[in-house]
Design a protein around this ligand. Structure first.
Ligand SMILES: [Zn+2]
Length: 256
């Protein structure tokens, strides 16, 4: 497997008129491989677009807002596992979305497709839910938190490059977290004023997860968004104050 930069360099040389023989000698790539790239430039270009992380010059995955949302979904309730024959090195990213929220299924499909445009997103009906999945060699590059066993039984730590994205896109990240493992309901409060009794409703959010690390990431993102929160239980984050719920509505809102 040649890196993106090497492919590009070889294609540039071929396109500028150098012979396959001289390109082969200067790059060390066999002439048969170069011939294949020359015959299928689209395929070579698609391969070139492959991974933002494991090439010679790592970049941030794009679009970053979609990546932040997908990371939230993945940490909330997703999984990266070996897809098919382990010797092929292909991985499967899987996110379960309830049938009750067709809008969320669509949003998940769209983000997964945007982050890995060369991998087809597949839907599979399960009891009461859809499994949204995509196969790629590079899911572990994009979600280095993957590993054997349950997420709450291992350390979940972000890489510095993920932290850069989350600092920019905390809202999309918490949207992903709350869409996968969260709940939004309404608090009703009664106030007695001089003109009589009034009932007010305002949104209240809960995010439950067994991983202390993931709860910590959720809390830190809420802090960045200046949304007040507290632990309702050791494994549940609650956003219950009126201003805080209203503020989080701007980023998450009702499931749909
Ligand atoms: Zn990669």
């Amino acid at each position: 497997m040649y890196s993106a930069a090497v492919r590009q360099q070889a294609l540039d040389l071929i396109n500028s008129g150098s012979s396959l023989r001289s390109v082969s000698m200067s790059t060390g790539i066999t002439r048969s491989t170069l011939r294949e790239w020359r015959a299928n430039p689209e395929k070579a270009q698609a391969a070139r677009a492959h991974c933002p992380r494991c090439g010679d010059d790592p970049a941030l995955p794009e679009p970053r807002a979609d990546y932040a949302y997908l990371l939230g979904l993945y940490l909330g309730d997703g999984c990266v596992s070996v897809g098919g024959n382990p010797s092929k090195g292909v991985w499967k990213l899987r996110i379960i979305c309830g049938d009750a929220w067709p809008g969320l299924i669509e949003e998940c499909v769209r983000a997964m497709q945007a982050v890995r445009p060369t991998s087809k997103v597949m839907l599979q009906q399960k009891p009461g839910c859809q499994e949204v999945a995509s196969y790629s060699r590079h899911w572990p590059c994009l979600f280095p938190q993957h590993g054997p066993g349950k997420k709450h039984l291992r350390l979940i730590e972000l890489q510095p490059w993920q932290q850069i994205i989350l600092t920019e896109h905390s809202g999309h990240f918490v949207r992903g977290l709350f869409h996968s493992d969260g709940y939004r309901g309404l608090n009703r409060v009664r106030r007695v004023l001089p003109d009589g009794e009034h009932w007010y409703e305002y949104p209240r959010y809960l995010f439950s997860n067994k991983s202390r690390d993931i709860l910590g990431l959720c809390g830190a993102a809420l802090d960045r968004l200046e949304v007040e929160w507290r632990f309702a239980r050791p494994d549940v984050i609650s956003v219950a104050k009126r201003e805080a719920g209203a503020r989080l509505d701007a980023f998450v809102g009702p499931k749909y």
